[in-house]
Design a protein around this ligand. Structure first.
Ligand SMILES: *Cc1c(COP(=O)(O)O)cnc(C)c1O
Length: 341
């Protein structure tokens, strides 16, 4: 048996999710005819308190559609140095959108300081690109950005005429962590986070356990622009209701249970306490980073793999809990980690 903690993207659709996919009513979504895609878009827009939503194949495409809906060629967005939209999306904003990133330092808690934001909004001068957008990420490396920060940073951006985008790939992990997993409360928290932003991207294919798909939410006008970009990027899908059904099932059944993933990540951290040369912070959500002294790090990932536990990293291991690992698996993982580290 292998316990796969490389990412929360490795989950396979559950039997109930597959049944929902098999039963989905479908149509050609490029004609707007797929009732299940339309239902998903209506549902996620309503959940996050926005006018409209767009179902897309990936979080990368969702973010890019969002960035391109906000920024024109030669304009600029402010973004974290370690943000996914800057560092892990192949430079798509620059390559495909001709949008210039202005990367800014991420603090340890994932925030970008208000002073850095303020100081990097360019004056209206022909020498500069025009700063149009502030893009934040939540959760960031598994950390939940404080609500007061989201409020302050987006208020600052708005006061200077900037739009705001949230890469909320793991938005529901943040919402569940903020509310200790209480169902209705987590929905309200997700909506409260989204309320600060003009656009939000969420992934169904991470902790929510769907095989494919993300959504971009925002105003009708923004989603109309994003829809055009999605087509241009090759993201117009046909009978996509089969996939949308999985996402709808995930929204219905897999949000509250994210609290289990968070508890499993904390249990992992506790299980590593006291090991020499091994340090980790208590995780806030489903991602645990484990720092290894150089003498422990060498070959650790390979030896863990041989012991039946997959993870990524080198001096800093990344362990991600998800729908397909249960509390027993976590105990096995702890045993393997203690043996090998
Ligand atoms: C995974 C991820 C994305 C991109 O999603 P893909 O579906 O893999 O393209 C964007 N942002 C963050 C923070 C992510 O973790």
């Amino acid at each position: 048996m292998t316990i796969d903690l490389r990412s929360d993207t490795v989950t396979r659709p559950t039997a109930a999710m597959r049944a929902a996919m098999a039963a989905a009513e479908v149509g050609d979504d490029v004609f707007g005819d797929d009732p299940t895609v339309n239902a998903l878009q209506d549902r996620i827009a309503a959940m996050l308190g926005k006018e409209a939503a767009l179902f897309v194949p990936s979080g990368t495409q969702s973010n890019l559609c969002g960035l391109m809906a906000h920024c024109q060629r030669g304009e600029e967005y402010l973004v974290g140095q370690m943000a996914h939209t800057y560092r892990w999306e192949g430079g798509g904003a620059a390559v495909l959108g001709s949008i210039q990133p202005q990367p800014l330092p991420n603090q340890d808690d994932g925030t970008i300081t208000l002073a850095d934001i303020e100081a990097n909004i360019k004056p209206d001068d022909a020498h500069h690109p025009q700063t149009r957008l502030l893009a934040l990420e939540n959760t960031w490396s598994g950390k939940v950005l404080p609500m007061a920060y989201l409020e302050a940073a987006t208020a600052l951006a708005r006061s200077r005429g900037l739009a705001t985008h949230l890469d909320g790939a793991r938005l529901f992990n943040a919402a569940v962590a903020m509310t200790a997993g209480d169902g209705g409360e987590a929905h309200a928290a997700a909506r409260a986070i989204a309320s600060h932003f003009d656009s939000v991207s969420v992934c169904f294919s991470k902790g929510l356990g769907a095989p494919v798909g993300s959504a971009l939410v925002g105003s009708k006008a923004l989603i109309t622009r994003a829809h055009r970009t999605r087509k241009m990027l090759g993201g117009g899908m046909r009978q996509a209701g089969v996939l949308a059904a999985a996402a709808l099932h995930a929204l219905e059944h897999h949000i509250d249970r994210l609290a289990d993933d968070h508890a499993n990540a904390r249990r992992l951290a506790e299980g590593l306490k006291g090991l020499p040369g091994v340090r980790c912070q208590m995780p806030q959500t489903n991602i645990l980073f484990v720092d290894l002294a150089p003498d422990r790090a060498h070959g650790a990932v390979e030896r863990l793999r041989e012991a039946g536990m997959l993870c990524t990293g080198l001096y800093r291991l990344r362990l991600v809990t998800h729908l397909d690992v249960n509390a027993d698996d976590i105990e096995h993982a702890i045993a393997a980690l203690r043996r090998i580290l």
